[in-house]
Design a protein around this ligand. Sequence first.
Ligand code: ACO
Length: 402
Amino acid sequence: GLRIGSLLKETGRVTYDPGFANTASTTSAVTFIDGDEGVLRYRGYSIEELTEKSTFVEVSYLLIYGELPTQEQLDAFDQRLRRHTIVHEDLRRFFQAFPYDAHPMPMVASAINAMSTFYQDNLSVFDDDQIDLSTVRMLAKMPTIAALAHRKVVGLPVVHPDNSLNLVENFLRVNFGFPSEPYEVDPLVAKAMDQLFILHADHEQNCSTSTVRLVGSSQANIFQSISAGINALAGPLHGGANSAVLDMLEEIAASDDGPQKFMDRVKNKEEGVRLMGFGHRVYKNYDPRAAIIKQTAHDIIDKLGGNDEMLDLAMSLEEIALADDYFVERRLYPNVDFYTGLIYKAMGFPTNMFTVLFAVGRLPGWIAQWREMIKDPETRIGRPRQIYTGESARSYTPMNER
Ligand code: ACO
C-alpha cells in the first residue's frame, strides 16, 4: 500500500493552510470527487447510477464494506438492521427531559453520544465483531432517534418502528405514522427519501467527516466520534445550510423587495447575507447532487402539492446567479442544500428537522470513514500545528503594578 504518511513524518517544517483547503489529512478509498467536472462516486460507482438503481441500505453496505452486496449479503444486512431499530426505554426517555422548544440537532447528537452508555458491549475499537455490532446499532437506531426528536418538536406521541418495513419506509412511519396503526407507505415519497439519503451518504473529507476521523484518531469510540460529527454538521455553513435556505426563501417571499434586490444585498456583502445553498469548497461546477435533487423537488411538489411559489423563487434565484458575473467569476453554483429543504417541507418535516435528515443520510459515510481510519496502519492521532502570534516571554506583573 501507499506509505505516504511515513514519508511525511516530522520534517521540522510547518505549512499554514487555513481551512485545510490544500492539505490532505488522509488517504481514502471510499469516495471520489472531481469538483471541476462535478463528479461524485462512492467506491467507484457514480451518484447518478446509484440513485437510479440502488437503495440507501445497499449504498450503506457498499460504503462500509467496499463492494456491492450479493442478494444473500444484502438480505442478511437488511434483516439485521430491521432487528435493531428499537432504542432502550431509558434512552427514549431522554427526549422527555429536553426543553419543549429544543433544536433537534443537539438532541440527536446527545442521543448518539449516549449510545456509548447503553451499549457498552460494543465499544472496542479493535474488535471487528464489536465494530460491526455498533455499526448496525447506529444505522438501525439513528432513524428512530431522529424521529423521536421530530415527534418531540411537534408534540406528537412516539410511534414505534414496525420491522415489516424497510429502513426508509420505517423512517417515514416513525415520523408521520400513528402509534398503533399500520403505516401506508407512499412509494413516491419513500423513493424520494431513499434517493435523498443516497445523495447525502458520503462526501469525503468535509467538516463533519474530518471531525469524526479526528476525534476517532484518539481511539474514542465510534458513538463519541460520530456524535462529534453531528455537531459539526449542525453549523449553517455545513449541514445547517438546508434549513437556512428555507428561512432565506421565506424571508424574501415575505418582503416587498423580490429576488433581484436580495441578490444585490448578497453581492454587496451585507453582513450576514449570503446566498445560502450556493457555493462549495470543492465543487466549482454544478453540484451533481443538486442536479438530481432539483428534479425530485419538481416531482414531489407536483405530487404532494406543496410550495410551488417557493420552488419558483428558488429557481429564479438560481437563474439570476447563473447569469451574474459575481457568481460566475466565483464559480458559485447550487449545492446539495439548495433544493432539499423544499422537498422536506413538502413531505411535512418542520424546518429545524432538515439538518437531522442530512445526518441520517450521512451516517453510513461517517461510519465507513471511521472504520477506514481505525484500520489504517498510517493513522496517528490528529494533531495540527500552529503558527504562534502571541506575546514573547514576559514576567508576571504584580497586581498593584497593572
Ligand atoms: N453567497 C455569496 N457569496 C459567496 C457564497 C454565497 N453562498 N459562497 C461563497 N461566496 C463568495 C465569498 O464571499 C468569496 O468572495 P470573495 O472572494 O469576493 O471574498 C468567494 O465566494 C469564495 O468564498 P469562500 O467563503 O472563501 O469559500 P469557502 O470555500 O471558504 O466556503 C462555503 C464554501 C462555506 C460552502 C460557502 O460557499 C458558503 O458559505 N455557502 C453558503 C452556505 C452553504 O450553502 N453551505 C453548504 C455547503 S454544502 C454542504 O455542507 C453540504
